[in-house]
Write a protein that binds this ligand. Sequence first.
Ligand SMILES: [Zn+2]
Length: 493
Amino acid sequence: MSERPANTPRDAAAIILLRQDTNPDNPEVFWVKRSDKLAFLPGFYAFPGGQIDAGDAEVAVRNAPNPETATMISGAARELFEELGVLVARGGETLTKGQRVSLLDDLESGRMSWPTLLQHYELYLDADDFTYVGRWVTPPFNARRFDTWFFLVTCPSKQEPNVVAGELESGEWLPARDAYDRWMHDQVVAVPPTLHALRTLGAGITPDLVERFLSIKEAHGQPERRITFRPNYICFPVRTPTRPPATHTCCYIVHNSRSMVVFDPGSPYEDEQQALAECIDDMIGEGRTVREIILTHLHPDHVGGVNALREHLGGNVPVAAHAQTAEALHDVHVDRLIKDNDVITLEGEPSVRLRALHTPGHALGHLCFHDEQRGVLMTGDNIVGVGSVLIDPPQGNMRDYLTSLERMLALPGLTVLLGGHGPAVATPYKKIQEYITHRLEREQNILAAVRAGASTPQEIVARVYTDVSPKAHAMAERAVLAHLEKLRADGAI
Ligand SMILES: [Zn+2]
């Protein structure tokens, strides 16, 4: 048994690299696009960094206030070197580019550990080169979490960052304000610490720069509640009794200057309902009205807080859902029915239009919402950022599910998926295709098991779901049933 629960945050460090002699009014930073293949936030724009290694603590850092800070600085410097080839070490000023490449090769090939390498070449780290600008903890809605220390570092002279490791897809220098503008124009997906850094630097390198970095509680390890992966979309994860590894459901508040729509306020817990209500009250205080509460589907972890929120808002905010959701819900009254292709338009600036897509499969009345202008697809539980999607008959239907995934895949211009659990998905087409491929592979394996004589869902699970823990076998049997129904409907068995 591991002593550490799966989603305890792991120590990590990142570097916000500033260009030397940059314009202090709008400094240039080096940001990177994370590889599509990474398990954590693939396709996101961020700063170089990563998890602390055991060896990082063995590096002596001059002028460090304490051993913990020294370890974090050491880890940040190592990640920067590994990912961008930039070596922020004193004594290294006379190294040529070729020598640095060979040092990097020593490190990457494992010929030398990070502490050994520094010692061997008589290099040392100095805490004065690393300005601490905050510590951010991944909110608990993600199965993978990090407690990341951020350092502001000026790129040493005669060094140019260069994306070298497979963890990054690309990287570039650009003025902080331009980077933030790209996010504002829906061209990138980023997490709150990245956006906070860009906003803070965008206001210029002033004497109170560090103070501004540290001026919010999220920069002191308090996980962010209002997560804006994209402008006009707040993801507000609420704790719910959902299916592990998910622990939260993403409630979304889609908004503009005057209106907002709340999707899936799913928590039955009072403290979580209260936190969401406070967020919505703040937004009302800024001049917006809640137009509707919308449900993607009927599952309890998506509707558990609807009545409480409606009551909090004085009882006169309508609830909208698909007819098949309305029919099946007993404890929640649905006031307005949403049909396939209905468009929801928010009054106010900028314009926000969402097209409803009836996408059954996970549930009969399941809806997705497509913002064509921004390339945002709210996927409900059809695609999720953490865990897997259960297709459980009779609400679940595998044939419908695959048809819905194909329909989602055919939508043009998608740039991000916002799912019912976990973080945003910045690789939309890759993710949808993975889901389709995964289901079709399972289907082929189930078909093979049936042809080889397996005759009950239990027997099929034992043969096919060898990658799934026995604890999840009851759930897998439901999925097998869904696959068998599809195979029968297809005429394959
Ligand atoms: Zn669900």
